[in-house]
Design a protein around this ligand. Sequence first.
Ligand SMILES: [Zn+2]
Length: 210
Amino acid sequence: MPETPALSVDSAVAAQAPSCRPDAAASLSAPGADMALALASAYQASAAEQDFMRQALEQAQLACGEGEVPVGAVVVKDGVVIARGYNQPIGRHDPTAHAEIVALRAAAEVLGNYRLPGCELYVTLEPCVMCSGAMMHARLARVVFGAPDPKTGACGSVLNLFGHGQLNHHAEAVGGVLAEECGGLLKSFFAARRAAAAQARALKNGMLNP
Ligand SMILES: [Zn+2]
């Protein structure tokens, strides 16, 4: 049975921190990724938008360093980053602690407001249904994501909640910004984790069958 494509945040069961080195040459090979990426890559990001995504990537590196699936996010208001977050469901024992939720909570704290009008969120991976819903509740103006997520993406890959007129009257969603770097980080993370698991199995078998 083929191994599950390594892009779903929900698959996070990391017990150790594998390599956090992004594989810039990596491309996303999961079913649907090419189409989603083609749609997402139609958007041409400005230098400022790419810089915000690089700051989100720095957050993703922090997640990787803690053995969490490397996804990072920043919230921007009036051209300034006001809050950051990275994926931490394992460390926090919290299934909602995706990078976007952590960043949204921090931004709401900074602004003293449960709504975030005029704010933009940059995240390295296409948001899931939960995070997209939270952004709509926050009245976020815009979400910009990096790599598409063909497993759980709710901005066009699996669903398109932001394109649903009855659900969303506020936020715009665009993707594909630094998609190769964002996806490469995830790919190298899961590749390292698979290699570590294979090594552990080999060691165990060696001990059982010397
Ligand atoms: Zn999410």
